[in-house]
Design a protein around this ligand. Structure first.
Ligand code: NAI
Length: 285
């Protein structure tokens, strides 16, 4: 099992910032990279705010907070992404993820593990474009990444056992609960959960009930969050793209058909909490 000291996280959006926070919190030297300088600034502020919340709740000391922040380098330079493990959390598009891994393969050692936080894209397809595909693996965190315990560790056709096991062990060191799964569209959680979103959007399209009523009913029946508030938390665009990618991967099975209402929200830039408006409206800080 390889020893991990340094972790690179690509993409400092909703998921990347939380992943970088847990890596640094567990003592790893962490490089957080994004193409957007303003996203990097927001990520730094969000991580500091999350850690401060930990201090207020008595879970962290102020010194822990400072030490965690000090372990993270925020950068827009790809050349700094030299690490033992690279975890990508960029937009859910195969060609973007592949081109990042290919580029980083050129500046990293052949033993660097490339892990993807993809929600639905085939690890097998992603790995096929990367030199030494046996070191490509899925490491699927859940939102919010600094709180949710589950991590799906996804093996593609070429993924080596040692790679998957190293990542499972890393997940444990991050305080997470890894579950080993084989590559399949949406893996386990997103495949099962897809109907939660898709059917709720159909109910909305058919005018059966409004957003708030559907959410309220689902909460009353035992779900922690209703489908629409959850889509706003995930990012309406991210949720839409995952459905579209699974629809294609399941050979256009109508069960996974993306919703026009959801597409319209994406087209309008109403992406949920991150833009201040989605299915609901939020106060922007
Ligand atoms: P996001 O839209 O919040 O963040 C994506 C970030 O990637 C943005 O900051 C963007 O500037 C950056 N980016 C785009 N292209 C890039 C490139 N070429 N190089 C570097 N950075 C680049 O998206 P989010 O929600 O964090 O999702 C990221 C990944 O995580 C997706 O694959 C998504 O499916 C997955 N995921 C999302 C979850 C969620 O609840 N939002 C949960 C679990 C997985």
């Amino acid at each position: 099992m390889m020893e991990i000291k340094k972790i690179g996280v690509v993409g400092a959006g909703t998921m990347g910032l939380g992943i970088a926070q847990v890596c640094a919190g567990a003592g790893y030297t962490t490089i957080l990279y994004d193409i957007s300088a303003s996203i990097l600034e927001k990520a730094e502020a969000a991580i500091a705010a999350n850690l401060e919340q930990g201090v207020q709740r008595g879970k962290l000391t102020p010194a822990d907070k400072e030490a965690t922040l000090a372990r993270i380098t925020f950068t827009g330079e790809t050349l700094q992404l030299y690490a033992d493990v690279i975890i990508e959390a960029v937009v859910e598009r195969l060609e973007v993820k592949q081109s990042i891994f290919k580029e980083l393969a050129g500046i990293n050692s052949t033993s660097t593990i490339f892990a993807s936080n993809t929600s639905s894209i085939s690890i097998t397809r992603m790995a096929a474009a990367v030199p030494h595909p046996e070191r490509v693996v899925g490491m699927h965190f859940f939102n919010p990444a600094h709180i949710m315990k589950l991590v799906e560790v996804v093996s593609g056709a070429a993924t080596a056992h040692a790679t998957a096991h190293t990542i499972a062990q890393l997940a444990q060191k991050l305080g997470k609960t890894p579950v080993m799964v084989q590559d399949s569209p949406g893996f386990i959680v997103n495949r099962v959960a897809r109907q939660f979103y898709v059917e709720s959007l159909k109910l909305l399209e058919e005018g059966v009930a409004d957003v708030a009523s559907i959410d309220q009913l689902m909460r009353a029946s035992g779900f922690k969050m209703g489908p629409f508030e959850l889509m706003d938390l995930i990012g309406v665009d991210v949720n839409y793209t995952v459905t579209a990618s699974m629809f294609e991967a399941f050979h256009y099975d109508p069960k996974f058909r993306p919703s026009r209402i959801q597409q319209q929200k994406v087209d309008a830039g109403h992406l949920g909490r991150k833009t201040g408006k989605g299915f609901y409206t939020y106060d922007k800080d």
